[in-house]
Design a binder for this molecule. Structure first.
Ligand code: XUL
Ligand code: CO
Length: 437
């Protein structure tokens, strides 16, 4: 097969002063940071849906993407060719992982049997390409939101037939992910929510979602798939309200339906901001529950209120993300998955390289900056000092459950007034971070 990107060779690391736009200035895969290589820390992943299936259409206009390797069909042969193009792209970029929905990689057939057959035909090529390049599948997932059969949702549809079909689709997607040695599997609840409560039995739908996820856990065990399951929170879009609205809602759902041991979270920046949170908030909530599994790396636009899925190019954002991830001890089975698309105006194939290079370099800088902040220690020391009243005296007694309200009343009467508050020093800390950026 002729090269899809004949003018582009492997993207190499060059000095930060290099002016070559097709080189990394910060992402140096083998460079050690806190004892691990950047490649091991960041575990970059390319998303199949945006990068190889995105047409760059919007609500007001058709797709603008120039993809010379496409023949205009949605055939299995085209899907197999596209898979080879995808691996040429990832090999040149040097990303160790990719992620896909079943329907991104292979066309939907006239029925489930045919869809599964199409998928098998493409999985053969993906498997061969993984073997040839050493690139791995970060996670697989099933598209349970594009087809009209899922208009009311999939696991939370009012229609039991749609639930059944979704289960069959996830069964196959799990088998395929397992076959490809996928490191994990994602559930993003595209239409698992509602557009109006007037027609919705919320409790029944949530019960169905719980039952669906239990079936998935059972099947995972049955086929011996060892990778983690991730839930990816998002508050809305396409629904008005998605049940997995944010990290806290997901954790509560998992706890309520006794699924917490089988799931972690896949946190996405633009979903966090759509939920009215920062990315760091969502990461901290997930990590506090021991459930931060993986991240979808992108960003929204402060002036646009929807899921724009832009490539992350804000160093402040990636610094915050890497501070949380390093604090947690790093990613293990998860990765940094670019769930991001080039703008409609960035329509040439080379823009796919520029976008990923930008995202990878921005994360590499965030990683280096976060490591430098941690090495410096002032931020960490400040936070430790801020809570020092809990290390001894009454604080220690409270933490060790040695006192109750009566003892605390006696303590307060004796104390008279709280005179020990110290400054939060937000502005000082913000300036401290800027020292490293
Ligand atoms: C949609 C989204 C999905 C999931 C996978 O907003 O983020 O692409 O990442 O289904
Ligand atoms: Co995502």
């Amino acid at each position: 097969m002729p090269s899809a990107f004949p003018k582009i060779s492997r993207i190499e690391f060059e000095d930060p002063k290099s002016k070559n736009p097709l080189a990394f200035k910060h992402y140096n895969a083998e460079e050690l940071v806190e004892g691990k290589t950047m490649k091991e820390h960041l575990r970059f992943s390319v998303t199949y849906w945006h990068t190889f299936r995105g047409q760059l259409a919007d609500m007001f206009g058709v797709g603008t993407a120039q993809r010379p390797w496409e023949d205009g069909t949605n055939s299995v042969a085209m899907a197999q060719k596209r898979a080879r193009v995808a691996f040429e792209f990832m090999e040149k970029l040097g990303t160790p992982f990719y992620a896909f929905h079943d329907r991104d990689v292979a066309p939907e057939g006239r029925n489930l049997r045919e869809s599964n057959k199409n998928l098998d035909a493409v999985v053969k090529v993906l498997k061969a390409e993984q073997k040839r390049t050493g690139i791995k599948l970060l996670w697989g997932t099933a598209c349970l939101f594009a087809h009209p059969r899922y208009m009311h949702g999939a696991a939370t549809s009012c229609n039991a037939d749609a639930f059944a079909y979704a289960a069959a689709q996830v069964k196959k997607a799990l088998e395929v992910t397992h076959e490809l040695g996928g490191e994990g599997y994602v559930f993003w609840g595209g239409r698992e929510g509602y557009t109006t409560l007037l027609n919705t039995d919320l409790k029944r739908e949530m019960d169905h979602l719980g039952a669906f996820l239990h079936m998935a856990v059972d099947y995972k065990k049955k086929i011996g798939f060892k990778g983690p399951f991730y839930i990816e929170p998002k508050p809305k879009e396409p629904t008005k309200h998605q049940y997995d609205s944010d990290a806290a809602a997901c954790l509560n759902f998992l706890r309520e339906y006794d699924l917490l041991n089988d799931f972690k979270l896949n946190i996405e920046t633009n979903h966090a901001t759509l939920a009215g949170h920062t990315m760091q908030h969502e990461l901290e909530v997930a990590a506090a529950a021991g459930a931060l599994g993986s991240i979808d790396a992108n960003t929204g636009d402060v002036l646009l209120g929807w899921d724009t899925d832009q490539f992350p190019t804000d160093i402040y954002l990636t610094t915050q993300i890497m501070l949380s991830i390093l604090k947690m001890g790093g990613l293990t089975t998860g990765g940094t998955n670019f769930d991001a698309k080039v703008r409609r105006e960035s329509f040439e194939p080379i823009d796919l390289f520029y976008a990923h290079i930008a995202g990878m370099d921005t994360f590499a800088r965030g990683l280096k900056i976060a490591a430098a902040i941690r090495k410096d220690g002032r931020l960490d020391d400040f936070v430790k000092q801020r809570y020092s009243s809990w290390n001894s005296g009454i604080g220690e007694k409270i933490e060790k459950s040695k006192v109750g309200f009566s003892e605390l009343e006696a303590y307060s009467i004796k104390m008279g007034e709280v005179r020990t508050n110290t400054s939060g020093r937000q502005e000082y800390l913000e300036n401290l971070i800027n020292e490293f950026i």
